[in-house]
Design a protein around this ligand. Structure first.
Ligand SMILES: [Zn+2]
Length: 264
């Protein structure tokens, strides 16, 4: 049996400690991709957000040198805050306190080794609130700038234009991304319009299954991997634009690039 992780030369996981020492020193950003393991309806695997984090940060890290930026990627943090999906099997969650602690300890480790900027690229909406708090704490307690990018926020306009408002969890957006990178993991014959149970204005839902029958939103049959390839390319550039803009006005180390969180 072959055991292999798909590490490239910009991945910390491929390096010896001596290589890492140099790479951390040279990196403009040390990138932490964050995903989740949680139910994604009947047609997608529980690893969708983690697979998105892996693939979308690969696009970002490989595009960065064209802007004169160097990025070193940490291994993707596969687990996130997914308690709201727990009624469905396969979901694995860290509770918010644990999750914040994990992120803070990873950030403080990399800061101890000399990293100047930590860029968290998040691909799961549930992680956004605890990541924001963990980022605040890290920045105030360590000599490191924290940048928080919720990837989907930078794609939202384009996704709205194409799919309307209803493309989020396990819907056309995530189905398209999975079809683009891992088509073998999509159960095409299980793609059905996701039936809505409730749509609250102010009330918080307890479990995600309070809102949807199958576990997702929208109609995954509208997916379009080719369109998504363009969205990924455009979004990557928008994120790099935002980072460049922030670097230009970097003054006292208080940098947060968070937009509103998405349901993914
Ligand atoms: Zn998702």
């Amino acid at each position: 049996m072959t055991v292999s992780l798909d590490y490239e030369d910009y991945d910390l996981g491929s390096m010896t400690w001596e290589d890492a020492e140099t790479a951390i020193d040279d990196a403009d950003f040390v990138v932490l991709p964050t995903g989740a393991i949680e139910q994604h309806s009947l047609h997608l695997p529980v690893s969708v957000d983690t697979l998105r984090a892996e693939n979308l940060t690969r696009e970002l890290v490989t595009a960065a040198p064209d802007r004169g930026l160097s990025m070193l990627r940490l291994p993707t943090l596969p687990f996130g805050y997914s308690e709201h999906h727990m009624p469905r099997a396969g979901t694995l969650t860290l509770l918010p306190d644990t999750y914040q602690k994990v992120v803070r300890e990873l950030g403080s480790s990399i800061s101890e080794h000399g990293a100047e900027r930590l860029l968290i690229v998040n691909c799961h909406g549930g992680n956004s609130a605890p990541l924001k708090l963990a980022g605040d704490r890290l920045q105030r307690e360590h000599d490191i700038e924290v940048y928080l990018v919720d990837w989907t926020s930078y794609a939202r306009e384009q996704l709205n234009e194409r799919f309307g408002e209803n493309w989020s969890h396990a819907g056309p957006h995530e189905t398209s991304v999975t079809e683009l990178y891992h088509p073998d993991l999509v159960k095409a014959d299980e793609k059905v319009n996701q039936e809505r149970k409730a749509s609250f204005n102010a009330r918080q839902y307890t479990w995600y299954t309070d809102l949807t029958v199958q576990g997702g939103r929208g109609d995954p049959r509208d997916s379009d991997a080719e369109f998504m390839e363009q969205v990924v390319a455009d979004t990557t550039e928008r994120i790099l634009d935002a980072l460049e803009e922030d670097l230009e006005q970097s003054t006292d180390g208080v940098q947060t690039l968070q937009r509103s969180s998405d349901d993914e």
